[in-house]
Design a protein around this ligand. Sequence first.
Ligand code: ARG
Length: 398
Amino acid sequence: MTLWSGRVGAELAPEVWEFLKADDAELLPYDVQGTLLHAERLHAAGILDDAELAEVRETLAGLDTVDPAAEDVHSFIEAELGEVGRKIHAGRSRNDQVAVAFRLYVADACADADAALAAFARTILERAAEDAETPMPGYTHLQRAQPVTLGHHLLAWSEMLERDRVRFAFAAAQAAPSPLGAGALAGSTLPLPPPQQAMRNSLDAVADRDFALDYLYAAAVLFTHLSRIAEELVLWTTAEFGFARLPEDAATGSSMMPQKLNPDVAELARGKAGTAIGRLTGLLATIKGLPLAYDRDLQEDKPPVFAARRDVTGALGALRVLVSGLEFDRDRLAHAASDPLLLATDAAEALVREGVPFRDAHEQVAASVRAGTFEPPEPGQRLPDVGAAVAAAQERWS
Ligand code: ARG
């Protein structure tokens, strides 16, 4: 039986029912939480008595799996509540109900992302502390450019993740306001108390999915970062670079070639960046042009967010294991950084300190490089204190 069987006599055709069903079982704990908040409002308004509220609490606490035959998690919960379920929908609609549950879900997914980001960043920083002073070449255009240290390079990774953290916190803040009370689109005549952080406009409350876009954007940018980190891991662990060796608990072998150790974790993280970007553009396209307030198109908002949550924690967790077990080849890194030509810019700057205009200094040094007579200058201090920078970053992630 449908929630609207009083209005529509005929049973839905099975094909229609199957098509309309929502893939939303993951919302269950959040819809339970939202339903409880609503039950408390009904109780405050005298629509549910003490015993009914207690019964709602007890039934909700016992729900852990959604019946796959249900149209969606909302109708499932109402049916499970039995007789008191016939009262629970007073003053609400599935339109505000789903928005409430989905906001709670997104806030939780942001908290997950934050924890996984912090664990990964701390691992990166431990490695950066060990190798704060280990020389390695820095690159532009993937050509050796100037010497840096491994610690300095790893700190660049944690900087990206720090900005990701801010983006997930922003998405969580966007998800915080409550659509409870918006009803289908225009509120209710019942004297229900407003929820905490009630949204100001009932049409916006049921139509808005910006918080989901913000989450998917945060995930897409995170994956863009992870794909860059992953690409460096792929390069560094090739025989050609030879900067690091993959740990065996985060590398795969080949089904045919017995000697192989493959960076599948890094590759899959890099590949999932494409999927993450697709989820964001997909939901943007779904929402584009939808008239206010609710439209069933919005049911398409949840699967990409559910999948993004799994990928965010999955990729961060696996990459953390990979990075924590990487064996850096310090000799090879130092050797790669020891080419005197990497100090050509320093040589030009030494001339600048003597008063030579930079363009002239650049030409003079370039001429000596071409003639094979380049002499590297005394090493100067180019980078900030990497050990101190690592300690400061560790403090921010603590
Ligand atoms: N399953 C729906 C969704 O995810 C719930 C809301 C349905 N509302 C409606 N008026 N049909 O959006």
